[in-house]
Design a protein around this ligand. Structure first.
Ligand SMILES: [Zn+2]
Length: 116
């Protein structure tokens, strides 16, 4: 058994021990393409669901946006320590029209540090 394989195995075991397997799904963080602030935490909870979304977040700090990210499966939207969600807009863009994705969303954020 080589060292690399051992490490892989150990990682796998600790992942299972901490209960972070399927239930945790996968997190995709949308960060601003300009100021790099973390804006939205997308938690994919049902990756087996046959749905595809395009997500993009509007930055509360500089007015720019994140890059678009394609998400497959069911998900929950989470805030970050800096942001809260102000609104979610459905976009009718070319990827929706061509059937490439099922829906396209622009998630607008506000500066969550100001809201107590
Ligand atoms: Zn920004």
């Amino acid at each position: 058994m080589d060292q690399e394989f051992k490490n892989e195995l150990r990682d796998k075991v600790s992942e299972e021990k901490s209960g972070l397997s399927v239930e945790d799904g996968k997190h995709v963080l949308l960060s601003c393409s300009n100021c790099k602030m973390d804006l939205i935490d997308i938690w994919i909870t049902t990756p087996e669901a046959k749905i595809k979304f395009k997500m993009r977040a509007g930055c509360a700090f500089c007015g720019d946006t994140s890059f678009s990210q394609v998400i497959e499966g069911g998900f929950h939207l989470g805030i970050t320590e800096n942001t809260k969600i102000s609104e979610i807009n459905t976009l009718d863009d070319e990827d929706v029209q061509s059937g490439e994705v099922d829906a396209s969303y622009m998630i607008m954020t506000v500066d969550g540090r100001k809201i107590k």
